[in-house]
Design a protein around this ligand. Structure first.
Ligand code: ZN
Length: 267
């Protein structure tokens, strides 16, 4: 099901997925920097933030250029953050792993888009403590459409049933966080609510619950560790988005296995 119907050796496809992921990762860096500032993500071409010189093609090759330039601007020597090659590599690994897990299927094509969106959300949330609507709101729509029209076999439903399944996920994911936001009087941001609505629309209620569970657990452990080891108090703001995004990646790749294990079933 969902097979695209090509016959290409798999090692070749790993390379294709990985390098495509690297190249798109380079674009994700642009999105992470520019989206929260309200700047266009297409214009102007990338330039050094210090000396303003445009970055030539050969200085913009994922990973490779960072190594060749030894992490510095070619013109002025300004340090380039290690985050740039890291984001590229992470996206490349995610793409290769999506292929490993879901093969050459519509699932993979759908999930790589989601994985890239999650990377952008994570780093923007770390930098600015916001999760941009321009990602999550289209994400909700994509989830609803994918579940009902584009990917009728993605969840084994499709049609009206798939749409309903997606809406239920949306309401469970967004609803739980909405209630937390109301009860905690602003302890939860609107961005987190929309992120969970998006994941619910894409994953369905089971995996979104799993995401909330893993995300809350790891987020709490991190918060506690900050208090114990860094002497932060309980008022310290820890962005929740990165934990939810990471948890959803775990649910995406291993959710089915974990459910099987939990229910005492095996494949
Ligand atoms: Zn420079």
């Amino acid at each position: 099901m969902g097979d695209l119907g090509f016959a290409i050796p798999s090692y070749y496809l790993y390379v294709v997925f990985f390098t495509t992921g690297l190249a798109i990762g380079s674009f994700l860096n642009v999105c992470i920097y520019r989206l929260p500032l309200g700047l266009s993500i297409v214009r102007p071409a990338s330039h050094c933030p210090k000396c303003d010189k445009p970055i030539a093609f050969w200085q913009n090759i994922p990973i490779f250029s960072y190594i060749v330039l030894r992490g510095k601007c070619y013109y002025c020597g300004q340090r380039i953050s290690l985050r740039y090659p890291f984001v590229e590599l992470l996206n490349g690994v995610f793409y290769a792993f999506a292929f490993h897990r879901f093969g050459l299927t519509y699932y993979s094509l759908f999930y790589v888009v989601l994985l890239s969106a999650l990377i952008v959300i994570t780093f923007i949330d770390i930098d600015h403590q916001i999760i941009p609507d321009v990602i999550t709101i289209p994400g909700v729509v994509i989830g609803l459409v994918a579940a009902s029209v584009i990917l009728p076999d993605l969840y084994g439903y499709g049609g009206v049933l798939g749409f309903t399944w997606s809406v239920v996920g949306l309401l469970v994911g967004g609803g739980i966080f909405y209630v937390i936001a109301v009860v905690s009087k602003g302890g939860m941001g609107g961005g987190d609510i929309k992120l969970m609505a998006m994941l619910g629309a894409m994953f369905g209620w089971k995996y979104v619950l799993m995401t909330i569970f893993i995300g809350s657990l790891t987020g709490s452990i991190y918060g506690l560790a900050l208090m114990v080891f860094k002497g932060k108090d309980r008022k310290t703001k820890v962005p929740f988005g990165p934990f939810l995004a990471a948890a959803s990646v775990v649910a995406l790749f291993y959710g089915r296995d974990m459910l099987m294990l939990y229910l005492g079933l095996s494949d």
